[in-house]
Design a protein around this ligand. Structure first.
Ligand SMILES: Cc1cc2nc3c(=O)[nH]c(=O)nc-3n(C[C@H](O)[C@H](O)[C@H](O)COP(=O)(O)OP(=O)(O)OC[C@H]3O[C@@H](n4cnc5c(N)ncnc54)[C@H](O)[C@@H]3O)c2cc1C
Length: 409
């Protein structure tokens, strides 16, 4: 079974569903619709769904993007101000290539849309005593043509005197890496999608009935339904609940807290002009972003928290996570000892068991597709993930086994 191939459109089997949803003269309307551009419904306007919708629309599909609460909303995994874009991915060439591609697409998007979504601060990746991950990353970064520097601990300390490099063995500096303006980027992708002819609706969608190898129309929270030739579900941490049998616990949302600390008045040392984004891969991975749209110095702990309900979970920050973040802040930035907490956020990762994404066709519905499992590192990949999903939907290419659901069965 192939996907919605524009060339092979007549052979697209799930058109039976259109017949079922079409008015009396179903036979005639099918002929008309077979000639038309494919209609695709994309559920979820986060980093994965927004980019999927944009790529599909740019390739000629008629796309309706649907979101229950809006692009980069405060419940979504793509919510909040900032996300890191970096390409150091240990021995994993797939992600390095995807970051290189996404970086290009984010920059092109920024240029073409005149909307700021990317800040080039560089990313400093600090290696701990066990540096196999970083050593494996170096040839891949170079192979992908990314501009990097290897810094000894002494070189890094001389360049960034505001950081204490205690426990750091050496560092990789990725020159073109930096951060993305998360919720604003989701909004910008949606606006661009609409300007280019895409339709956007606010509603909660329920997957349509599955039968005869295809999915039928979505049910919407406003009481209506939406029929399309293909359906994409990019519903982040909600995917398990939408597809309890096929996804279920294969995507496990976990509570993640981030904290924003205040720097001294008029002190430029912790601004993005003087400091890069950093990732500290010691025994416990911490990361942070300077400046952050003037929200303060962001500190995040990548350790997975407790299982979290993305709809109704309590987003009050915990004293324990704040203590951990503060202890880390004081270790790496001694001048910020006792810095006031300005803001905090409780978000969730949507983890797959191996932390790889899921980009696949629904095993029982050839016209339904799933994109998710960002697992704490998905945002930056939005453009490349969207491109892969659009390929899957429109060209009927086989899913990449690296991201296929079957690996998790
Ligand atoms: C604290 C934190 C830090 C992170 N740091 C980084 C980082 O530095 N770099 C990086 O690359 N990644 C990072 N990530 C991961 C990244 O943000 C996520 O993997 C990515 O944003 C997931 O995007 P998504 O589109 O899959 O999901 P989401 O952003 O959650 O989007 C899903 C959308 O679907 C909608 N939806 C769900 N169900 C329905 C329904 N039934 N009907 C209609 N709409 C529905 C929701 O409203 C939502 O808008 C981080 C995540 C967190 C939480």
């Amino acid at each position: 079974m192939t996907g919605v191939s524009l060339a092979g459109w007549r052979a697209f089997e799930p058109l039976r569903w259109l017949g079922a949803a079409a008015p009396a003269a179903a036979g005639d309307s099918r002929v008309v619709r077979r000639e038309a551009k494919p209609r695709v419904a994309v559920v979820g306007a986060g980093a994965f769904g927004g980019w999927t919708a944009l790529h599909l629309a740019r390739r000629g599909a008629r796309v309706t993007l649907i979101d229950a609460w809006g692009p980069g909303n405060s419940r979504a995994s793509s919510g909040g101000e900032t996300r890191i874009i970096r390409a150091t991915y240990g021995p994993d060439p797939v992600y390095v290539e995807m970051v290189a591609r996404s970086l290009r697409l984010w920059r092109e998007f920024q240029e073409r849309s005149k909307r700021q979504v990317y800040r080039r601060t560089g990313v400093l990746w600090m290696a701990g005593q066990d540096d196999q991950y970083e050593k494996a990353a170096l040839p891949l970064l170079r192979g992908a043509g990314l501009a990097i520097e290897e810094l000894t601990r002494a070189e890094a300390a001389a360049r960034y005197p505001q950081i204490s490099f205690e426990g750091v063995a050496w560092a990789i500096f990725e020159k073109d890496a930096g951060y993305l303006l998360a919720r604003r980027a989701c909004q910008a992708v949606l606006e661009t999608f609409q300007e280019e002819g895409g339709e956007y609706r606010v509603a909660a969608a329920t997957p349509g009935p599955i039968g005869a190898g295809g999915m039928g129309p979505l049910s919407l929270s406003d009481g209506g339904s939406l029929a399309a030739d293909a359906y994409v579900f990019a519903c982040g941490p909600w995917l398990g609940g939408l597809f309890p049998d096929r996804i279920g616990e294969r995507i496990r949302p976990t509570r993640q807290e981030v904290f924003f600390f205040g720097t001294p008045a008029g002190d430029p040392r912790f601004s993005e002009d003087r400091m890069p984004v950093w990732i500290d891969k010691g025994e416990r991975l911490f990361y942070g972003i300077p400046g952050n749209e003037w929200r303060g110095l962001k500190v995040g702990d990548d350790t997975r928290g407790a299982v979290f309900d993305p709809t109704a979970g309590d987003r009050t920050p915990s004293a324990e996570a704040l203590r951990t973040a503060r202890a880390y802040l004081e270790l790496r930035f001694p001048a910020l000892k006792g810095a006031p907490l300005l803001e905090s956020r409780v978000c969730q990762y949507e983890n797959s068991p191996d932390l790889r994404f899921i980009i696949d066709r629904h095993p029982q519905a050839a016209n339904a597709f799933i994109a998710g499992g960002g697992s704490g590192h998905g945002f930056k990949h939005g453009p490349a993930v969207g491109e892969r999903v659009a390929d899957l939907v429109l060209s009927g290419k086989a899913p990449d086994p690296f991201f296929a659901l079957s690996r998790l069965s």
